[in-house]
Each structure stands twice: as structure tokens, then as C-alpha cells.
Design a protein around this ligand. Structure first.
Ligand code: GAR
Length: 202
């Protein structure tokens, strides 16, 4: 059966990558295959997760020369159909988004359009939600376009903020209740769409 070849871009611990790996292992990612992991920093936890799962993994330093050009070359070399940003903390340029022919999706740890855009990443997002005093936050998976966190929303899930939450406690709850559920679901939806398009061109 035709499947979409998926690359995952990571910057950190890789728990969202792990959710994708686990979903694939239990047969939930039936339209796609995890074919490449690109880490933008050496030594991050996500690399070990990719290696344990037997997925080819490359480190391309984000602050090094021609980061985006190198990523695009790797995507082409591995015949990647779609890209998943799973805890990727950089911002891809409009030029990059236009150069990659397939869909790029991202998981953001808040309910877009709240607490998103430039400067809102990782724990900072949860700190901002607590500072504002919202009682509900969550996670969003969206398409990536030239505006940071500005592309069309694919899936969203709300999570309660509880009295006494620290940013770390809230981050963990948003991951467990929303991110690790939504990202594999959205990846399967987008992969299934790619497969349908491929089948129509056969
Ligand atoms: C996740 O909470 C992800 O949503 C967030 O960084 C964390 C990475 O964790 N991403 C962003 O803030 C992107 N703007 P992980 O490496 O364990 O998946």
C-alpha cells in the first residue's frame, strides 16, 4: 500500500516524536511512515528516541551555515512527502515553506490564536497562560505557513488550568491530555490526504 514518507523536525526531549513512534508501532499511523528525524542541535533527547526506533536521524545545527538549505536537501534525499514539527523551536522562513512541495504541520502547546507567534515556545507558553490567568488552555496542530503559528488549524484540544499549577505542571498536563493525542491523529489525517492524492495521480 502507498504511504506518505514523514520527516520529523525536533529540538528537544522528543516526547511528541515518541508519541508518533508509539502510534506507528501500534498501527495507528497507517497512511504514513516515519522516515527521517532531523534534530537542530546535537545531544538532544529526541535523537536517542529516533535511534531506538530505527529511524534515520541527522543533526543539522540551526545556528550553523545554510540550515534551511541543508534541511531541504535532506528532505529531498529521503523523498519526504510531509514534515512534522514536533517540538521544533525554530521558525522556518517563508522561502523554506514555499520550497518544500508537501505539507508542513506543527504542534503548538496552546489554543491558537492565544499565546502563539514569535517568542512563544516551550515553557514560555505555559508561563504566559498562567500569567494571564486563563482557566483553559490546550494544544493546536496547524499547517505551517510564512506566519509563525499562523497557518490553518487542523486539530485543537482544550485542557484545564488548575489552581496551584506551575508552568511545568501545566506543560505536562497539556502534553499528556492534548499534544500526544492530537499530533499522531493529525499526522495520520494529513498522510491519508497525501495518499489519496498519490492514488488519484496513478
Ligand atoms: C512541546 O510542548 C511542544 O508543543 C512545544 O515544545 C515542547 C517540546 O517537547 N513546541 C513549541 O513550543 C513550538 N512553538 P518535546 O520535545 O518533548 O516534544
Amino acid at each position: 500500500m502507498l504511504t506518505a514518507r514523514i520527516a520529523v523536525l525536533v529540538s528537544g526531549g522528543g516526547t511528541n516524536l515518541q508519541a508518533l513512534i508509539d502510534c506507528q508501532a501500534r498501527g495507528g499511523l497507517k497512511s504514513g511512515g516515519l522516515s527521517l528525524v532531523i534534530a537542530d542541535k546535537a545531544g538532544v533527547g529526541a535523537i536517542g528516541r529516533a535511534e531506538s526506533a530505527g529511524i534515520p536521524c541527522q543533526v543539522i545545527p540551526r545556528r550553523g551555515p545554510d540550515f534551511e538549505g541543508k534541511v531541504l536537501s535532506a528532505l529531498e534525499a529521503h523523498r519526504i512527502d510531509m514534515v512534522v514539527l514536533a517540538g521544533f523551536l525554530g521558525i522556518l522562513s517563508g522561502g523554506f515553506v514555499r520550497s518544500f512541495p508537501g505539507p508542513i504541520i506543527n504542534i503548538h502547546p496552546a489554543l491558537i490564536p492565544s499565546f502563539c507567534g514569535k517568542g512563544f515556545y516551550g515553557l514560555r507558553v505555559h508561563q504566559a497562560a498562567l500569567d494571564y490567568g486563563v482557566k483553559v488552555t490546550g494544544a493546536t496542530v496547524h499547517y505551517v505557513n510564512e506566519i509563525p503559528d499562523g497557518g490553518k488549524i487542523i486539530l485543537q484540544k482544550a485542557v484545564d488550568v488548575l489552581p496551584g499549577d506551575t508552568p511545568e505542571m501545566l506543560q505536562r498536563r497539556v502534553m499528556e491530555q492534548a499534544e500526544w493525542v492530537l499530533l499522531p491523529q493529525a499526522a495520520e489525517m494529513v498522510a491519508a490526504q497525501i495518499v489519496r492524492e498519490k492514488e488519484n495521480t496513478l
